[in-house]
Design a protein around this ligand. Structure first.
Ligand code: UD1
Length: 340
């Protein structure tokens, strides 16, 4: 097989940087494009350090159609993985048009150019499309629920835009990967999550509390109908998650798709409560975390975890890293950021 080129939009971000590493190590040429609206060059530099080489980096905004056309003219792109999007749930409620404009337009631009070139497209979707569900674990056939936020709605809408595009335009194939809760960092501690300001997500808040950047973690809700009263999630290691992308891109590039548009859950299949995650973090890293119970956070679902069977059968992928490895990596990354 000749070497294939993959464009990673948002390749300097948390998920994009880990995917870039795994793709390159699997033998793909990767072109990173990012507008650095929500990250700096830390992860890009970390990627180059892990791989021992400089990767092409294009500073651009995917809302700029001419820039997208130029990019596709310059590189022989076989597949695109689209991460470049805004992702703060709360901000999306306050500024819906900012989210709809950016997240939809950038994807439409990519699809518009990809259809002319005959290019495979992988969309980074989210378990958020399942909403509050009582069928657990969720399979890809579980119904989607109306989104709780404009951010969540952009995920649902982009899935539909991809589905309709592959139906209408010969030459475009698409896969949507529905991520559960990606956490952790690369084992090298050279790339990881870099939230701006106060983190919204659980694990960055935990590691920032442990390092002393935050005084106390609030656990949102202890009266949920779950075994210990806290929410349950499917926390998926970021390196495992990145490897699912390599399997999906290979499936597209080697014409192994069974349908023009396919959807896969990317999760472990293992529910873990917020409290269980905190306990595991304390134990594996041998420390005590300052935390307290706080009221429920509006918009949170009680419990969600994946049935990852389809990904295992069709992509030959399954999560391998233990929660202990993942939480140790998250802590090593936070310590490295703090220079400890
Ligand atoms: C959130 C988004 C989801 C997005 C994902 C990206 C919502 C409703 N969903 O998922 O769309 O794809 O992030 O990673 O926002 N928690 C605390 N204290 C904290 C932070 C979180 O107790 O300081 C709890 C939450 O209540 C939740 C769990 O930890 O029960 C996980 O929260 P989080 O990491 O924010 O992820 P999700 O809300 O599941």
């Amino acid at each position: 097989m000749s070497k294939k080129t993959v464009l990673v939009s948002g390749g300097a971000g948390f998920i994009g940087s880990h995917v870039t590493v795994e793709l390159t190590q699997a033998g793909y040429d990767v072109v990173i494009a990012d507008n650095f609206s929500n990250c700096d060059e830390t992860n890009y530099k970390g990627v180059c350090a892990i791989l021992g080489k400089e990767l092409p980096l294009i500073r651009m905004d995917f809302c700029d159609k001419a820039a997208v056309e130029d990019l596709f003219a310059k590189y022989p792109i076989d597949a695109v993985i689209h991460f470049a999007a805004f992702k703060a749930v709360g901000e999306s409620v306050d500024e819906p048009l900012k989210y709809y404009r950016n997240n939809l337009l950038s994807f439409i631009n990519i699809l518009d150019v990809a259809r002319q070139k005959g290019c495979n497209v992988l969309f980074s979707s989210s378990a958020t499309v399942y909403g509050q569900t009582d069928q657990l674990p969720v399979t890809e056939k579980s119904p989607r629920q109306p989104a709780e936020s404009p951010y969540g709605n952009t995920k649902t809408m982009c899935e539909d835009i991809l589905r309709d595009s592959v139906k209408a335009y010969p030459g475009v194939r698409g896969i949507a990967l529905r991520y559960f809760n990606p956490i952790g960092a690369h084992p090298s501690a050279l790339i990881g999550e870099l939230p701006r300001g106060v983190p919204n997500n659980l694990v960055p808040f935990i590691t920032q509390t442990a390092i002393g950047k935050r005084a106390c973690l609030s656990v949102f809700g202890n009266d949920y109908p779950t075994p210990d009263g806290t929410c349950q999630r499917d926390f998926i290691d970021i390196v495992d998650l990145a490897k699912a992308h390599v399997c999906a891109v290979t499936r597209m590039c080697e014409n192994k798709m069974k349908q023009e548009y396919e959807i896969f859950n990317v999760g472990t299949g293992r529910p873990l409560s917020v409290l269980e995650l905190i306990n595991a973090f304390e134990k594996v890293n041998n420390l005590k975390l300052n935390w307290k119970y706080a009221p429920r956070r509006p918009g949170d679902v009680v419990a969600i975890w994946a049935d990852p069977t389809l990904a295992e059968q069709e992509l030959g992928w399954k999560a391998e890293r233990s929660i202990e490895e993942t939480l140790a990596a998250a802590w090593a990354w936070e310590k490295r950021l703090a220079g400890k």
